[in-house]
Design a protein around this ligand. Structure first.
Ligand code: ADP
Ligand code: MN
Ligand code: MN
Ligand code: MN
Length: 336
């Protein structure tokens, strides 16, 4: 007997990579091996030297084909088995190893917009739906479009063994969120990418596409983010460590903004529950701050912080690497 392994990888398209996949038939008992693809068709290689290598990094049961079939998330390597320039996982893994004594953990809230015919799903052919207000965590009637996709995606994540924590409808009609966590790096990146792939694939069956555009509709409509919640062992034990984490992020704000996803200026305007991209702030319960300390964390005097800046289209391997580097290498200015 044979089974199907769906190899999945992240390509080299700019400014935002897209996900690619192809199927390999394997004999029962055979582990998914290293494989390859034509990098000249994915913006990852020139035509005269087109081979790229797929190295499996995370294998999950396939919740769509079921049976013995599997999903095989891969990282891309050159033919000498060094990381391809588009491979952001390898640097993330290296950083996570370097700072593993800090025991960093992440939860990411992935927002996205369901799209059809070039508009958010359910939006009228001309003009706009009723203004924002009833959609966030809403229920009922024609306003909650795409719930069948959300339900199918959530169950698929559970069946694949992905650490999905919950879902909710977002502020803009057609926009939704799922959360993944609490996980170390690079597992947080593996699971966000695989959950994204499942969403893209399931939406296909409904004739719908998924946009991670940070600002899919200009005007008085919320953008889409990927709030990244972060803690170290010290932060899970002490409030001082959380404040130090916020201070550290403030010291390195420009590098983070530059790497938090294309189009971030269009989303971080200072309106729609965001802080401006060029101004750093942190605060308790403050959804208008760059970094929020949840009220329950302030009350307990320990826990985690929420970086609200990453776009929906952020690379989770990049945001997790940067947060570890910036926060775990920080030491407050010593008095001389
Ligand atoms: P909100 O929408 O109010 O910002 P969510 O419930 O959507 O909150 O998301 C909270 C996130 O916080 C989850 O992804 C969860 O994994 C994460 N989280 C909770 N505890 C920790 C922790 N100790 N370290 C890192 N992330 C955490
Ligand atoms: Mn949330
Ligand atoms: Mn949200
Ligand atoms: Mn949030």
């Amino acid at each position: 007997m044979s089974y199907q392994a769906e190899y999945i990888w992240i390509d080299g398209t700019k400014p935002s990579p897209i996900m690619r996949n192809k199927t390999k038939i394997l004999k029962d008992g055979q582990e998914p091996p290293i494989w390859g693809f034509d990098g000249s068709s994915t913006n990852q290689a020139p035509g005269n030297s087109s081979d790229c290598v797929l190295k499996p990094v995370f294998i999950a049961p396939d919740p769509l084909r079921k049976g013995n079939n599997v999903l095989v998330l891969c990282e891309v390597e050159l033919t000498d088995f060094t990381p391809h320039p588009t491979n952001t996982r390898s640097a993330c893994l290296e950083t996570a190893e370097r700072y593993k004594d800090h025991e960093p953990l992440f939860g990411i809230e992935q927002e996205y917009t369901l799209m059809q015919n070039g508009r958010p799903l359910g939006w009228p052919d001309n003009g706009f739906p009723a203004p924002q207000g009833p959609y966030y965590c809403g229920v009922g009637g024609e306003k909650m479009v795409g719930r069948e996709i959300v339900e199918a995606h959530t169950q698929a994540c559970l069946d694949a063994g992905i650490a999905i924590e919950g879902t909710n409808a977002e502020v803009m009609m057609g926009q939704w969120e799922f959360q993944i966590g609490v996980l170390p790096a690079p597992a947080i990146g593996d699971q966000i990418w695989l959950a994204r792939w499942l969403l893209f694939r399931i939406a296909e069956d409904y004739g719908v596409s998924v946009s991670l555009d940070p600002k899919p509709v200009i005007g008085d409509w919320n953008g889409a983010g990927a709030h990244t919640n972060f803690s170290t062992k010290a932060m899970r034990e002490s409030y001082d460590a959380i404040i130090e984490g916020c201070e550290a992020l403030g010291k390195n704000a420009d590098e983070h903004i530059a790497n938090y996803g294309p189009g971030i200026e269009s989303r971080l305007t200072g309106a729609h529950e965001t802080a401006r991209y060029d101004a750093f702030s942190y605060g308790v319960s403050d959804r208008g701050a760059s970094v929020r300390i949840p009220w329950a964390v302030e009350k307990e005097k320990k826990g985690y912080l929420e970086d609200r800046r990453p776009n929906a289209n952020v690379d989770p391997y990049v945001v997790s690497r940067l947060m570890i580097e910036t926060i775990c290498s920080y030491s407050p200015v010593k008095k001389s």
